[in-house]
Design a protein around this ligand. Structure first.
Ligand code: ZN
Length: 317
């Protein structure tokens, strides 16, 4: 437990990322790792000149933030890095109002900044498939469940105002939880379950669920599906009990959303889920959160303010 709670303190953060130069350098490291090629000649060797990157072959220059969620930003990178630190160091997450207050920027600026960081994390999580082998090659099973999100203060998304989602976690022998994935769905239908499996799971994995009929769609010639009926409504508190890790992740999500958002707007839910999973999946390396956030940004795509405001809900199925 101590490992999980350890992290970069505010003081350590200030010491490590106090200047614009250090932040530019950290982002540059992540962008080079991700393979940044010159937009003119595709050459991959480059140099840094202030906030701009130059091609060593044709001398074309571009911004260190170009082509990512940070593209076109007027904010100093120190503000972006502080936002990364605030957003990844609290389990409960942070509202845009609170973020704006702590960064000393306006609410719309904080909202757009947080939206873009969440998007970068969501895009990173979209590339991970649950159900590979464990750290020591141990077999892993995936546990999945249907979840209704919110609804009390948000009557806009379907009957009862609830958003439906499927959540899944990897589970190693002995009960330890691996990665978690969550996606909103149009409903708990076979089609939605297949879409979830196609986007979130490895092709040949063993999936455990409760007895929900639509979950039969997890079973394919390659993938096996096992129904585990726990027999009790109340989730077991034992770490080794079936669905323990999954239930904990769902409870943590519910707490985080209630603590930071008055209502969950359906068009932004997928990014909240993506950011929540991203942070949860990196909980064992709290010291590596800033470099990990830089890697997420380095592999992200542009999200303009206009597009961020005009989004439509992402629903599988
Ligand atoms: Zn070039």
């Amino acid at each position: 437990m101590l490992n999980v709670m350890k992290g970069l303190t505010d003081l350590e953060f200030e010491r490590l990322y106090s200047t614009e130069e250090v932040c530019i350098e950290a982002l540059m490291v992540a962008r080079r790792e991700a393979g940044m090629a010159c937009p003119s000649c595709s050459h991959t060797r480059n140099y840094l000149c202030g906030r701009r990157v130059g091609c060593t072959c044709c001398n074309r220059r571009w911004s260190v933030t170009a082509g990512t969620v940070m593209s076109g930003t007027k904010l100093p990178l120190t503000i972006w890095f502080r936002a990364m630190h605030i957003m990844t160091s609290t389990k409960q997450g942070v509202s845009a109002i609170e973020l704006g207050r702590r960064l000393g920027v306006s609410y719309p600026t904080a909202w757009y900044l947080a939206k873009r960081l969440r998007r970068a994390m969501t895009e990173r999580e979209a590339r991970y498939l649950l159900g590979g082998s464990g750290p020591d090659g141990a077999p892993v099973v995936v546990e999945a469940d249907d979840v209704y999100l919110g609804g009390e203060r948000n009557q806009g998304s379907g009957p009862g105002g609830k958003t439906r989602m499927i959540a899944a976690t990897e589970r190693y022998e002995g009960g330890r939880m691996g990665h978690v994935a969550m996606r909103t769905v149009v409903g708990f239908t076979s089609r939605a379950v297949r879409a979830f499996a196609d986007t979130c799971l490895m092709p040949a994995v063993r999936v455990h669920t409760d007895g929900l009929k639509a979950f039969l769609a997890f079973g394919t010639p390659a993938r096996s599906h096992v129904v585990t009926v726990s027999g009790s409504k109340r989730p077991s508190r034992q770490r080794t009990a079936p669905f323990h890790g999954l239930n904990t992740a769902i409870a943590n999500l519910s707490t985080a959303l209630k603590a930071t958002h008055k209502a969950i707007a359906p068009q932004h839910t997928s990014d909240y889920l993506g950011a929540f999973c991203w942070t949860t999946n990196r909980r064992h390396n709290m010291f590596g959160m800033i470099p990990a956030a830089c890697r997420a940004v380095a592999t992200s795509s542009i999200l303009t303010r206009r597009r961020a405001y005009a989004e439509i809900p992402v629903l599988l199925g």
